[in-house]
Design a protein around this ligand. Sequence first.
Ligand SMILES: [Zn+2]
Length: 199
Amino acid sequence: MSRFAEPMARLIDELKKLPGVGSKSAQRFAFHILRATEEDAMALAAAIQALKATLRLCSICNNITDVDPCSYCSSPTRNQRLICVVEEPTNVAVIEKTRHYNGVYHVLHGSISPIHGIGPEQLRIGNLLTRVGDGQVEEVILATNPTIEGEATATYLCGQLRRSGLKVTRIATGIPAGSDIEYADEVTMLKAIEGRREL
Ligand SMILES: [Zn+2]
């Protein structure tokens, strides 16, 4: 039998499903919610309900949105001929923060990982190929992570996209801004040299 009353045990079990939340954190969150005001606890429940009721994936780019197509895909001021492919919806926000990208996006919702049994068919690649299929797109930037999985995904996509005859580019990787090359590992240093550009 659980050490907690049934509603408490139930909340703890649900919270444990969140990424990075173990038993102890789940208990801490559950007790916090129990002690919170009725208003705060209900606001949390309502926010979760509203999120699930109103948010969905954009049918064009798979980004999380409350309108379909999303604000990027329907924007007349963004370059619809330039697509930046990312692994997760959170990556879009990071690229937007640069304020120097005016193209649109395509969110894969993951990366190819044979160890975890994730192949290309588990990712949202189909509608990317449909998007480039009509010949309107000029360039696809592959902005998947510089990890084994991200590189494998970029290599796979490059093979698929090149068939359409469009320009396929990969984001540069290398030394982080503000750091010292003395502390760079050899893989990072090699990537930095390979990705050099003329000044
Ligand atoms: Zn979209």
